[in-house]
Design a protein around this ligand. Sequence first.
Ligand SMILES: [Fe+2]
Ligand SMILES: [Fe+2]
Length: 229
Amino acid sequence: MDAVGWDLKFRSLCGNLIPQDLIRYCIYSNGLNDPAHQNDHIYQVCVLGADICNHLELGDDDRAMVLAGCLMHDLGCRYDRKTHHLISYGLAYSFMDNYANGHFSPEEQLKIAHSCLQHRASFKGAFYSTISEIVALADRGMPDFDAYATRAVQFRLGEVSDPDVMVEGVLQHMLEKFTPVEGYAWKTYPLMGKRLFAQEWEEFTNLLLDPNKAAERVKALHIQLTPSE
Ligand SMILES: [Fe+2]
Ligand SMILES: [Fe+2]
């Protein structure tokens, strides 16, 4: 999709909560990110962020901050993936100064910039505000067994071709990450997500902990994702 197409999509999602210039420059800058953090990812995060605001029945001021955080959280990816949250934190102030001057109060700007700083799964501290927690949660996405398994299969495709070895490797990885309570994904998962997506996580866990069903699903994804010769 070109910049004009993205502009229409983001504008219809944000309405008048975000200045047009800010949307435009975020689209331009995010378009220079690595392939996994392009505008399609940013748009998904904005949509889920807006959904979470609806769930929590938040007003327009909070919704605007969440959308601004979602739009700017990955701005730093264009420069360096490893430290992108730090770069996004700085760029957020500069983008708000240049393209949204006077739109957000100083306190709102702090909350928005912190949501960029604190969005990564590696963040271990306490969230600066609810805005940070919502942006971090929106960035993780909804619980989705197929999406997580697909990523794990793709990651192994170059090294593993035997279907049984693939299934075992993917499931072991997913169990280490998502087994209730002790899985490492839970150590930094926003509490709000456990509450808001309780039903989705339950369905996800039921599938993950059913060895036959889970193996079948991963096997099917492996076949789908293996390039035909
Ligand atoms: Fe990120
Ligand atoms: Fe992201």
